[in-house]
Design a protein around this ligand. Structure first.
Ligand code: PMP
Length: 286
């Protein structure tokens, strides 16, 4: 059965969905995206993703294609039409298709933005990887300077995943000026002497929606949190490491550059945070 996807106001089978070859998302990576998880047919932290989308669009002078309420309805309709119980909804907004290829932005009153959403069915709550933990490598962070904007320029993160795969590992953590920025598609954390350490917010990392929720739950559970940069050597010497993202929730990291982190197995803090995050976000899901 083919998926029903959403393209600019219509719901169509995926093979009938089309966008222009002049779309600026295709030609210039001139677009932003969001990925919202679905558990038990409900959306996890929709509000967080909608707010970040609005911010990303604003930072790039792009118009909001539809209201937040309309966006919620499109998400729900896609869940319904595709009978999705668990997985993700991918959303992309681009600056639309101009009449020709041109570096200058088109007039938003003449060229409407493109809005595409589709579902991805995937078992995400019960994960074998969460039981084993991930192995990561470190790579240079050579991305642009506005990583806080969730743009579709994902070539380097994609290359990073391939570098990890070529090394027989699961993912890569990126390093800038000697310090860890984030994972290729997730935020990075270490735990030392009971303190959870993760890089502070800024233009250097994406402001993860899962990060925000996890840090809130950690503080509510009286865990100590430090938002500051850390080095890869500090990470290798940590008691635990983990990542967060909308599609992996909290996922332990057990090895960095061939060095075992802590006992080399998923640590208690990461495991507890994963449980808390799943329980709390399921309870608040819409
Ligand atoms: N950093 C990067 C570079 C990412 O691509 C992602 C996931 N899109 C994240 C962090 C995690 O963000 P979120 O928790 O909102 O999925």
């Amino acid at each position: 059965m083919s998926r029903i996807v959403y393209v600019n106001g219509t719901y169509v089978p995926e093979e009938e969905a089309h966008i222009s070859v002049f779309d600026r998302g295709f030609l210039f990576a001139d677009g932003v995206y969001e990925v919202t998880s679905v558990l038990d047919g409900k959306l996890i932290d929709f509000d967080g993703h909608a707010v970040r989308l609005e911010r990303s669009l604003g930072e790039l002078d792009m118009a909001q294609p539809v209201t937040k309420d309309a966006l919620l309805e499109i998400h729900r309709e896609l869940v319904r039409r595709n009978d999705l119980t668990e997985g993700m909804i991918y959303l992309q907004v681009t600056r639309g298709a101009d009449a020709d290829r041109d570096f200058a932005f088109p007039d938003p009153d003449k060229v409407p933005s493109t809005l595409v959403l589709f579902t991805q069915a995937k078992a995400i709550s019960k994960s074998a990887a969460a039981e084993i933990g991930l192995k990561v490598i470190s790579i240079d962070d050579i991305r642009w300077g506005r990583r806080d904007i969730k743009t579709v320029q994902l070539l380097y993160p994609s290359m990073g995943k391939m570098m990890a795969k070529a090394a027989g590992k699961d993912d890569a953590w990126m390093i800038e000026d000697g310090q860890v920025t984030e994972g290729t598609s997730n935020n990075a954390y270490i735990v030392k002497d009971g303190t959870i350490i993760t890089r502070h917010l800024g233009n250097e990392i994406l402001h993860g929606i899962t990060r925000k929720a996890v840090l809130k739950f950690a503080r509510e559970a009286q865990m100590k949190v430090e938002e500051r940069a850390f080095t890869i050597d500090e990470a290798k010497a940590a008691d635990e490491a983990f990542i967060t993202s909308a599609s992996t929730f909290v996922m332990p990291v057990v090895e960095i550059d061939d060095v075992s982190v802590g006992a080399g197995t998923p640590g208690p803090v990461a495991q507890r945070l994963r449980e808390i995050y799943l329980a709390e976000s399921m309870a608040a899901a819409q």
